[in-house]
Design a binder for this molecule. Structure first.
Ligand code: AMP
Ligand code: ZN
Length: 116
C-alpha cells in the first residue's frame, strides 16, 4: 500500500478536482492555488521527480508538455502573448518539492498572483 498522496489521487483513493484524465496522466486543481488558474499534471505511474526521469520517460513527458497548453486554455488562460501561463516543476529540497511524485504545475490568469 503506497503512502504517496499523488498515487492515491491517481488511484481514486483520495478525491481531487479533476481537469483531465487518460490511461497515463491525470490533471487536477491544486488544493492551495498560487494563481487564479493553478492545476497539476501528473503521470499516474510513480516517478519521484524530474531528477529521476530517463529516456524511457521521453514520450510521457512529451505528452505532459503538449497537454499543458491545451488544458491551460480550457481552464481559462488567455491566449499567448497577452495571456499565457507558467509551467513549474519543483525538484528536490532546494527546488522546493514537497510532494515526491512528479508533477507539473500549470499557472495562469491575471496578475497579481499569490506568489510566483
Ligand atoms: P511542490 O511544492 O511542487 O511539491 O507542490 C506540491 C503541490 O501539491 C502544492 O502546490 C500543494 O498545494 C499541492 N497539493 C498537495 N496535496 C494536494 C491535494 N490533495 N490535492 C491537490 N493539490 C495538492
Ligand atoms: Zn506516487
Amino acid at each position: 500500500m503506497t503512502e504517496c498522496i499523488f498515487c492515491k489521487i491517481a488511484a481514486g483513493q483520495i478525491p481531487s478536482d479533476k481537469v483531465y484524465e487518460d490511461d497515463e496522466l491525470l490533471a487536477f486543481h491544486d488544493i492551495k492555488p498560487w494563481a487564479p488558474i493553478h492545476f497539476l499534471i501528473i503521470p499516474k505511474a510513480h516517478i519521484v521527480s524530474m531528477a529521476h526521469v530517463g529516456s524511457e520517460h521521453a514520450a510521457l513527458l512529451g505528452r505532459i508538455m503538449t497537454l499543458a497548453p491545451r488544458l491551460a486554455l480550457e481552464q481559462g488562460c488567455q491566449p499567448y502573448p497577452e495571456g499565457g501561463f507558467r509551467i513549474v516543476v519543483n525538484t528536490g529540497k532546494h527546488g522546493g518539492q514537497e510532494v515526491h511524485h512528479l508533477h507539473v504545475h500549470v499557472l495562469g490568469g491575471p496578475r497579481p498572483w499569490v506568489h510566483g
